[in-house]
Design a binder for this molecule. Structure first.
Ligand code: NAD
Ligand code: UGA
Length: 385
């Protein structure tokens, strides 16, 4: 099958792309290497698939590009591109959420409504729910798809708006849309603004973990391979017109997750407790009845197993970042730098400069504003409580 994956260089998109190729599909991936976090992490994400002859990368901005070429012969659209991040969605950055989450989704739906798609799969979010009151006499409220949704962050508002757009195009244009509500996804390649990425980095750099609020907030952490399993299954499952929770199935508090990470890393972490962040919900626990009914699926990867895999990935990632810094500074690294890796980074850097020059010229032709931007860090405002 020919499948269009938007956001293919991102965290979830790159895992998905690798899986689809492994299953023999042809993948056309669109990504503009948005400045939200480093291009270098996204390039590393794509490394395993770049040489696959069934993969084609279109580096372009979904907000402005023409879709004619990427939709030609495409049977399935998997729309993951967007501006993620709950806590950073306030203030001036909201424009990025509007464009990349709402306008881009509307453009893509509009442009593909005439094509004979088998599925249009949209990456929605647990953030659409907001804080749902816990019924008296019970300990927790499981979030189910029939509930009233009331997002607590501007990010959640944009994810919900785009989800509604998918439903509208399903009703009015018979587009085969399905919206999957992912719950705090983690694993190797996780985005640098997210909790486990930041915690692993802090442990490796011997810094204190920044905990927002009291750490008792609950998250239904979901391992990325489980998410990919569900996305792939929704290509053929009978799910058109549906909204489905994709939760990990073993919710816990943030501090419980930190304890597991401490055990995995063999470290007792210093913790700095900061203000609760605006937009952060108290609890997300997915009711997965619908997921199990429609897909016959239960998440397979436990938090301990998934966190171990992310920790192992992060050790290599941090080392590769240090190697790159050492090489750029042109100093003799003190420990553990693999000479082959140095040669590779130098070669990549040379190739990257060439590609960047070409991409910049192309981008300037298509979208002068985007071409002006440079890589920016993805840290949320740590004092907005
Ligand atoms: P990510 O930032 O790693 O990936 C998104 C990708 O989209 C990036 O590579 C970015 O460059 C690309 N992109 C953004 N705007 C674009 C544009 N205008 N044109 C082309 N490419 C563009 O994020 P992720 O964590 O992989 O999340 C993927 C999707 O899943 C997002 O839509 C997010 O809202 C949703 N989601 C993620 C989680 C999670 O926990 N990671 C949970 C719920 C929902
Ligand atoms: C995540 C993703 O970032 C969103 O894109 C996604 O839509 C959302 O899941 C979802 O499920 O809908 P979040 O649950 O906030 O959002 O995931 P993390 O960024 O991993 O944060 C988890 C918790 O850790 C939050 O309460 C956050 O405040 C806290 N945190 C995060 C810290 O205490 N310290 C940090 O350094 C980072």
């Amino acid at each position: 099958m020919k499948i269009l994956v938007t956001g293919c260089a991102g965290f979830i998109g790159s895992h998905l792309t690798a899986r689809l190729l492994k299953e023999g599909h042809e993948v056309i991936g669109v990504d503009n290497f948005d400045i939200f976090y480093s291009r270098s992490q996204k390039e590393k994400n794509l490394m395993p698939v770049l040489l696959n002859s069934k993969f084609k990368l279109e580096e372009d901005n979904l907000a402005t590009m023409s879709f004619v070429k990427v939709l030609k012969g495409t049977e399935v659209v998997i729309h993951l591109a967007g501006q993620p991040g709950v806590r950073g969605s306030w203030g001036a950055s909201f424009g990025r959420y509007l464009t990349n989450n709402i306008q881009v989704t509307q453009r893509l739906l509009e442009e593909s409504k005439g094509s004979k798609l088998k599925r249009f799969i949209y990456a929605s979010s647990s953030s659409v729910y907001g804080d749902v009151p816990v019924p008296e006499g019970t300990e927790a409220q499981f979030l189910n798809e029939e509930m009233k949704v009331q997002p607590k962050s501007p990010y959640g508002v944009t994810k919900l708006a785009a989800e509604h757009l998918c439903q509208l195009y399903n009703v009015e244009y018979k587009m085969p849309t399905v919206a999957l509500r992912f719950f705090s996804v983690y694993g190797p390649g996780q985005r640098p603004d997210m909790a486990f990425h930041r915690f692993c980095q802090s442990i490796l750099r011997e810094a204190a973990l920044s905990i927002y609020g009291d750490g008792k907030q609950v998250r239904d952490f979901t391992y990325v391979d489980d998410v990919v399993d569900v996305i792939v299954a929704s290509i053929t499952a009978d799910v058109v017109g549906q909204v489905v929770n994709v939760g990990g199935g073993s919710p816990c508090t943030l501090l419980e997750a930190v304890t597991i990470l401490e055990e995995i890393s063999g470290t007792t972490c210093a913790k700095t407790f900061l203000d609760r962040q605006k937009g952060d919900v108290i609890s997300t626990q997915a009711d997965t009845t619908k997921l199990e009914k429609l897909f016959g699926f239960k998440p397979k990867v436990t938090l301990r197993e998934g966190l171990t895999r992310e920790w192992e990935w992060m050790k290599k990632f941090v080392q590769s970042e240090d190697d790159e810094i050492a090489i750029k500074a042109n100093v003799q690294p003190i420990i553990g730098v693999d000479q082959e890796a140095i040669a590779q980074v130098k070669a990549d850097e040379k190739a990257g400069k060439k590609a960047a020059k070409k991409a910049k010229t192309n981008a300037a032709k298509k979208d002068p504003a985007q071409a002006e931007l440079t890589d920016a860090p993805a840290e949320p405002n740590e004092s907005n409580g």
